[in-house]
Design a protein around this ligand. Sequence first.
Ligand code: ZN
Length: 296
Amino acid sequence: MIIDSHVHLWLRDHLPNNMVRAYLEPLQMLKDVMDWEVDIDKVWPEYGVTVSKLLEMLAAGPVDMAVALPIDFNLVEQARIGVEEYNSWIFESCAPYPDKIIPFIGVDPQRGESALKMLDRFTSRYNARGVKLYPSTGWYPNEERMRSFYERVDDLGLTIVTHAGAAWTSLEEKFSEPRYWAEVLDRYPDTNIVIAHLGGKWRSQAFELCQKYPNCYADCSALQGWLPSDPDTALSRLREIAEKIPDKVSFGTDFPLFELSYVSSMWLDFVKQQPWADEATKAKLLGENMRRVLGL
Ligand SMILES: [Zn+2]
């Protein structure tokens, strides 16, 4: 079974303007080459990512299942549509495809009591399995004020996927170093925490945490960003995974963010075909590890 453990679904109005600008940056760079005008209000609506677009991507893979991750940027900059409504849209649109898409909750724990209510609501109504967190909105994962949030996540049996590595615009990178998760991993051994993007430039921290804590995992989404210019780097990262933490990392695409530079099915083919590990190890990355994380 192949699982894409990191995809996004959203409409233009679910994202603050600055995030749309950031996501369009790769397009801006192509502006002269492709001779097109990059306008956030004109271009982005075409990239609104609905379930049907995601299903197309999965069919092209082919990929069996995907984990859909909404993100709550709204405390940094308000989107036109609020975060509760965004989450409801995700869960409602994924509901007809329980065997294909696993939606997570996207909420900023800095919301305090209302964040806890969202965890409760989406877990009881939709049987949510996890929550996507984005520390770069302004919090360190090991802050004491986050304690009640983790307690609730732990009580509800949710999996955490956290952004790690680079952050843009008004989001701050200093919060997204994986090492700040150590205390949380230690205090909640029953809560699985997945560090996205292998921790980005802090991948040595992600490797260390995965080696030390049985409940720590990672995904390799965004690694395909290397493929157009420097495929050897992507290959050496995969080899590092196979060598150091073959049971901990799961495949991911960060769909739709790389579709224009390197479509998801090509990234999947690269992982399947390149000689970075034996078939058994590849199968772990491609699905088995995430299946274990989610208890499927
Ligand atoms: Zn992502």
